[in-house]
Design a protein around this ligand. Sequence first.
Ligand code: DC
Length: 222
Amino acid sequence: MIQIAIDGPSGAGKSTVAKAVARELGIIYVDTGALYRTIGYFVRSRDVDPKDPEGVAALLPEISVELKYENGRQIVCLNGEDLGDRIRTPEMSMYASAVSAIPAVRAFLLETQRKIARENSVIMDGRDIGTVILPNANVKIFLTASDECRATRRRDELLAKGIEVTYEEVLADMIERDRNDSTRAVAPAVAAEDAILFDNSWMTPDECTAAIIKLIKEKTEI
Ligand code: DC
C-alpha cells in the first residue's frame, strides 16, 4: 500500500497531475476538495451561512457523504445523489472554503479520507493531506505556481465547463480563497515539514506529471 499526498493552493494543477499519476501507477486518485464542496452545497441548499460554525455543525447529522469509484473516476454522493459538476462553480468554491475552516466539518470528513487510504494505494490531493490526514505518507508534495498562472488555468478550466468568468474575477476569488485556506486556525493549507516544494509555473502538465512520477519512483518501490 502506498500513500502520496499532494497539497497546495487552488489552481496549482494538483488534480490534473494527480489524475495522471494515478492512471500511470494504477492507484486511486482522491480529490478531497470535492468532499468540502459537497458539504458547501448542502449548506447552500439550506440557506445557512457557511461561516456560521454552529449553524453548519447542526446540519452535519443530516449529511452522508460517500466516495465511490467508477472506471477510475471518483464520484462523491451526497445522501445517495451524485452531484456531478454542480459542486464545481465559483460559488461552491467559496462555500467549500468557508465550511472547511469549521473544525466540526474537518472532523466529520477525516475518517472518510483515512479509510480510503487504509484500504487502497492512493494519491490524495487537498490542503492538509501531508500535515493532518496522512502524516505518514510515503511521498509528500506541495505544488505551487504563480498567482497569474494559477488564475489563467482556473479560468480556462471553468470556461471549458461552460461557466462564464473573467480572469480578474478568478484571480480575486482565488486570492481570497487562498488567504482563507492558509490562515485558518485548523489545518491551514501549509506545506508539511517533510514535503517537497514544487513550483510548476513554467511547466506543461505533462512535464510536471513526468517529474512527479520520477520523484515518486525514486522515493518508493512502486
Ligand atoms: O481543492 P478544491 O479547490 O476543490 O477545494 C475546495 C476548498 O475546500 C478549498 O478552498 C479549501 C477546502 N479544502 C480543504 O480545506 N482541505 C482539503 N484537503 C481540500 C480542500
